[in-house]
Design a binder for this molecule. Structure first.
Ligand SMILES: [Zn+2]
Length: 102
């Protein structure tokens, strides 16, 4: 098992997991349930982690993630301040007017 991605935003980590698995790799989440109920933000020390099960898949997984991050400019985003989902075309959260996560 190797750690391939972690973020304070569990929605983003779950999204990366789906993308990795859609490419045929097996990945698991850690710290998935430490963030409380829906809408709550996890404390910084309990960021959700994404681990690839097969060490041999590590390089491929990192390539998949990099490709995703390079192309995610206009993908949907979740506000870190209030937890609401926003369209990728929104420059500010529709709910609380905060900027999207970098
Ligand atoms: Zn917001």
């Amino acid at each position: 098992m190797k750690l391939i991605y972690t973020n304070e935003n569990s929605f983003l980590v779950s999204n990366i997991k789906n993308i990795v698995e859609n490419n045929g790799l097996t990945a698991v989440l850690k710290n998935e349930f430490s963030g409380g109920g829906s809408g709550d933000l996890a404390p910084l020390d309990t960021w959700v982690e994404l681990w690839v099960v097969n060490d041999a898949d590590y390089d491929r997984a990192m390539g998949i993630i990099k490709n995703f991050q390079d192309s995610e400019v206009l993908s949907d985003w979740v506000c870190l301040s209030c937890g609401e989902e926003n369209s990728g075309s929104f420059e500010f959260c529709w709910n609380c007017q905060k900027e999207p996560p970098k």
